[in-house]
Design a protein around this ligand. Sequence first.
Ligand code: HH2
Length: 286
Amino acid sequence: MSRTARNTPRAGTFLPGSGPSVVGILNVTPDSFSDGGDFLDPEAAAEHAVAMLDEGADILDVGGESTRPGSNPVSQEEEIRRVILVIERILSVRPDAVISVDTYRSGTATAALEAGASLVNDVSALRGDPRMASLVGKTACPVILMHMQGEPKTMQKEPHYEDMVREVREFLAERAEYAVDAGVRPENIVVDPGIGFGKNLEHNLALLRNLDAIVDLGFPVLIGASRKRFIERITGVQEARDRVSGTVATTVLAYERGATFFRVHDVRANREALAVAEAVLHTSRR
Ligand code: HH2
């Protein structure tokens, strides 16, 4: 695919006609909670990206700033520096890779789209930067809108809701409407309840249990539970990279409840689990 064609956002093309999509996580950061520092070197990052594609990732989500609880923001310049080189390297070896940029800054999103990314994963749901909505509207770029209460630095300090599932649902509905008003095509919107973002263990479990309330909004739903702390609270597995089985359980349960995008570190395990879940739930597809 030519650079010009790639720079024209492939609106809607990443949304599969059927079946679940695996979004492989690529954190180009020194401080991410489970893989911080592993992929700061662009060569190592691109190698890992290719491995995730070979394991069955449909999309690669490249991020240059950790949003783990307690994390500190980095400058836009630093974020751009981290992600652009990596996006370019991935596309030089896999020109057809579908890349998402995990950012709430319009400057980083602009640079990433120019470098060949196809969609924007905004954990602030277009609240973090006043220019982000017009950017995704103007470029007709697919966007992931995530719910977060508070901000990463303090969000896990006593998150509080009156009616959590209803509040998350209403927030996502309002943000989707805002995005459409800014020019985003409804079919290019993915919503995400934001597992672990201003939520305690009970909140995370209630969201997974009542996912139909989010699915009912009519947009594809993404779940990002991979290796997160609440899995340790349940299983006792302290080492984040060993929380694969717990992650897979969330993937399968969320898929059964209607989620179709799964943002995960461990692509192979989640892909295989989804293949089995798909076969059980939709035998006619086989
Ligand atoms: N979680 C993280 C980052 N980005 N984006 C979406 N849409 N949904 C999520 O649940 C989500 C996200 C945090 O996980 P990770 O990238 O592994 O860690 P860190 O923020 O420390 O880099």
